[in-house]
Design a protein around this ligand. Structure first.
Ligand SMILES: [Zn+2]
Length: 421
């Protein structure tokens, strides 16, 4: 994870939405087409777009009032009693129109793009009934259609036990298995070849290990990929279950025992670590990233963007936290936020690295050295975001609404770049 494959004085050629060639500037220019447009990144860092493999991007409203209550010492139960917690977002999503859900989420997606994210996972889980879980999946589908950032959907019907099922968790699990999952298949959300994941919040007060197993096994039978929220606050064996089911990822892992880390290393399940969440909660306990890396567990990083515990859209901030709170090196955080993150959503063949044939998702960072990306924090160091071969940030208002058309800003003709050396 500490190997970046740096190319000094490197260049990337793109054709259409794909990377055509990666190499030294001399090599790439020698093969560039006569009319190729050039983007000068002299003195800057060029790297793959970030992949954010764990987000609860789709929601409406916010929970700023709860944040303030927490700062004033309110406990989780007191916040729940005041109508807070996940059910607060569930009520908001249930009463929102599909268009509202899309519009509010799209603003967050814009900010994610601005901070360099070009592919992200997006979960359901604020519907918690059949109609509203489907509404959330539909919102993700529409965002995918309308927005340049690619979204990989995850069905998280088992995010929490909805109020109307309190004390009847088994019945709710049955609803997920017997009604929601089969409907995804019928509606065409679970189509082979296109990643669609099923996720479960395996935690005390949420879903037990056995309930998580039943849901994930049923999803697997349907051809869906598996993910699990495991060991965020208590260790129930969720990481071992992920390894046994050969889940694509196990997420959070803040209190995973060493034996279960070893199982993850064996199964190749990606550990998606979310240091923004303890930071967001003002807690001091972070996942043991160093131990996992030493045991050869593939580690990825994600924002966990959500309205309750971590309203953060920026991968670079998460990477800066990972260095300081989990002892990861700058290079390890880059691997964790790109290629490993891509594998955490089964997209490692398409995105996550600069390689010929992959999607042309490329960042230009206004820094002289990759380490500055995590050494500095709190300002956006992204100079340009190229998504599928088109410059999407900054938006060129002169040639709006087709920003890629001219790729005019800060670009120079091939000859002028050559003569400038
Ligand atoms: Zn989550």
């Amino acid at each position: 994870m500490n190997e970046l494959g740096l190319i000094e004085d490197g260049a990337v050629a793109m054709r259409g939405d794909r990377i055509a060639l990666v190499g030294s500037t001399r090599e790439v220019l020698a093969q560039a087409e006569e009319d190729a447009q050039l983007i000068d990144a002299s003195g800057k860092v060029v790297m793959p777009g970030f992949v954010d493999p764990h987000t609860h991007l789709v929601f409406v409203g916010d929970r700023a009032a709860e944040f303030e209550m927490r700062l004033q010492g309110a406990t989780y139960l007191e916040i729940m009693a005041a109508g807070g917690g996940i059910m607060n977002s569930v009520r908001a999503v249930r009463s929102a129109s599909l268009e509202d859900l899309v519009a509010q989420s799209q603003e967050r997606l814009d900010r994610m793009l601005t901070h360099g994210t070009t592919t992200a996972e997006a979960k359901t889980g604020y519907g918690l009934d059949t109609d509203n879980e489907l509404k959330m999946l539909e919102a993700i589908r529409l965002l995918n259609e309308r927005h340049p950032v690619d979204l990989i959907p995850t069905f998280l019907g088992a995010h929490a036990i909805p109020t109307e099922y309190q004390g009847r968790t088994e019945e709710y699990v049955n609803l997920v298995i017997d009604e929601m999952l089969p409907l995804l298949e019928r509606k065409g959300y679970a189509v082979d070849g296109k990643p669609l994941f099923c996720d479960v919040f395996c935690e005390e007060g949420a879903f037990s290990l056995e309930q998580s197993r039943r849901i994930l096994e049923r999803a697997k039978e349907m051809g869906m990929g598996s993910k699990i929220h495991a060991d965020e606050f208590t260790s129930l064996g969720g990481a071992a279950l992920a390894a046994e089911l050969e889940a694509t990822s196990a997420d959070h892992l803040a209190c995973t025992p060493e034996e279960e880390m070893k199982l993850l290393a064996e199964s190749g399940t990606i550990a998606v670590l979310l240091p923004g969440t303890p930071f967001g909660l003002g807690e001091a306990h972070y996942s043991s990233a160093r131990q996992m890396i030493e045991l050869a567990v593939p580690v990825a990083l994600a924002t966990d963007l959500n309205p309750g515990t971590c309203y953060c859209e920026a991968m670079p901030f998460i990477m800066a936290l990972a260095c300081r709170q989990m002892g990861m090196t700058p290079a390890e955080t880059i691997v964790a936020a790109t290629i490993n993150a891509a594998h955490a959503i089964a997209m490692g063949h398409e995105v996550g690295s600069l390689e010929a044939g992959k999607k042309a998702d490329v960042l230009v960072l206004d820094i002289p050295d990759y380490r500055h990306l995590v050494y500095r924090f709190g300002t956006n160091l992204v100079d340009k975001v190229i998504k599928a071969g088109r410059i999407r940030y900054p938006v060129d208002h002169d040639c709006h609404p087709e920003p890629s058309e001219g790729s005019r800003f800060h670009t120079r003709k091939r000859d002028s770049l050559r003569s400038s050396g």
